[in-house]
Design a protein around this ligand. Structure first.
Ligand SMILES: [Zn+2]
Length: 461
């Protein structure tokens, strides 16, 4: 059945950033069939089901190009524990480890992340983690589009930014390669193609040249997308320099890992010659603005973009709010460039939608263009912080909030409607996640009395 959403403010994110006030979107068989003025579209589809959407904006859903859903367990705890940016470097991204979770707890916490993602208008997510097979069915049931990037590494001891040299564990690397292949064989294309799989290398200082070459070969064999945390922290850069005698991006280039279906997440502790290399290879960059701001680091997005990189956006750790990410990214770039006009809200919105879809290999999504996937959201504009709506894209990017998202559609199917998430039991997931959080953190601190709790930590009795 055809559906027409009419009398809406349609934000297309097409090549001209077209906005149609009093516009309509026709949806057929999971795809955008037509976009145009309401009278025209309604006349063209007289038999269609109709949704009157005056007072609402209709736009493509956000693409979260880099996240770890399970890290929502660490919200409020890890945000202020970043590693130092100058020597002496410490290993890992936090001096406190993530509390271990059993498979059921992990699945539930990941669903919590997806719930927040849907509520902020996200329709596509790149999930980078290990053991994704353990919660893939729960993810598929949420109705969101996923690129699942099972992670590989073969550094025997130590985490990102550790300065203790590199001891290779080939068996570990082999196991990771097999997990990526197994996930692909079993899950790629499931849920009518809504689930796809990719290849993830953890980070340049976590992977040997042999593993990176194997991962690149696997990416080609599976004909998919690859991703890696790249130039994330200064400790990583120092570790790669010490062991490989190269900068991280040069190291990847040397082993042949850079390609135009590769997503470098972060790209912030980077030399200009690395930016040029990434651009020349046509790589995508996941600009994870909110976590970057929390860490006090910023990538040079305009330089990366002019070098030829495709810029998308991600939430990374502890949060899934793409509304915040898009605004934070625009703010950060304006501060860094000392420019109150650029980037424009139109550019930032493109990073958060169309470019993310493109990077994930979903070339027919991320914009309201006929033939594209019907992955869209509706946003309530009749709000104290939104009216008057004279230029809707600046309103959305400068003033919009996640709670303005009222409806979310993926593949032509509503997964949130009128403010209610239809695919998940929201109340239960929130209650369970709170309970699991308390249990998991208590378990961790009970087993590790050496760990100091950050100030203001809730009692764990
Ligand atoms: Zn990450």
């Amino acid at each position: 059945m055809t559906l027409v959403i009419h009398d809406a403010t349609v934000v297309t994110v097409d090549a001209q950033d077209s906005v149609i006030y009093g516009g309509a979107v026709a949806i057929e068989a999971g795809r955008i069939a037509a976009v145009g003025p309401s009278s025209e579209i309604l006349a063209r589809y007289p038999q269609a089901g109709r949704i009157a959407a005056s007072g609402k904006a209709v736009m493509p859903g956000f693409a979260n190009l880099h996240t770890h859903l399970g890290m929502t367990i660490a919200r409020g705890v890890f945000e202020d524990l970043s590693p130092p940016h100058k020597p002496p470097f410490t290993g890992g991204l936090s001096p406190i480890p993530l509390p271990p979770l059993d498979p059921e707890e992990r699945s539930l916490i990941s669903q919590l992340g997806v719930l927040e993602a849907i509520r902020s208008g996200t329709t596509a997510i790149l999930e980078d983690w290990t053991g994704i097979e353990g919660y893939v069915e729960a993810l598929a049931a949420t109705g969101v589009r996923f690129l699942l990037a099972e992670r590989a590494w073969d550094k025997a001891k130590g985490g990102i930014g550790d300065q203790g040299g590199f001891e290779v564990d080939r068996a570990l690397g082999e196991r990771c390669l097999r997990s990526i292949e197994a996930l692909h064989a079993k899950r790629h294309g499931m849920a009518g193609g809504r689930i796809s799989t990719g290849v993830s290398a953890w980070a340049p200082d976590m992977c040997s040249p042999e593993l990176l070459r194997d991962l690149r070969a696997l990416q080609q064999k599976l004909d998919t997308v690859a991703t890696i945390h790249l130039n994330q922290i200064w400790g990583e850069v120092a570790a790669v320099k010490a062991v490989r005698g190269r900068l991280p991006t040069e190291y990847l280039d040397e082993v042949g890992f850079l390609n135009n279906r590769m997503i470098g997440a972060h790209c912030r502790c980077m030399e200009p010659r690395e930016e040029a290399l990434l651009g020349r290879c046509g790589c995508s960059v996941a600009f994870n603005s909110a976590i970057a701001a929390r860490r006090g680091l910023s990538p040079r997005i305009s330089e990366l973009e002019s070098a030829g990189c495709n810029i998308g956006m991600g939430t990374d750790n502890m949060a899934e709010d793409m509304v915040e990410v898009v605004r934070t990214g625009m703010f950060m770039e304006r501060i860094r460039r000392a420019d109150g006009r650029a980037p424009t809200p139109e550019q930032a919105l493109r990073w958060g939608t169309l470019n993310g879809y493109k990077a994930m290999g979903f070339d027919d999504g991320g914009a309201l263009i006929p033939g594209y996937k019907a992955d869209l959201i509706m946003i309530g504009l009749q709000r104290a912080h939104m009216v008057p709506v004279m230029r809707v894209i600046p309103n959305l990017v400068h003033q919009g909030q996640a709670r303005d998202v009222e409806d979310v559609m993926v593949d032509g199917r509503w997964i949130m409607r009128g403010g209610k998430v239809l695919t998940m039991d929201e109340e239960r997931i929130i209650a369970e996640a709170g309970r699991i959080g308390r249990i998991a953190w208590k378990r961790l601190f009970d087993s590790r009395p050496d760990l100091a709790r950050p100030p203001g930590f809730a009692p764990l009795s």
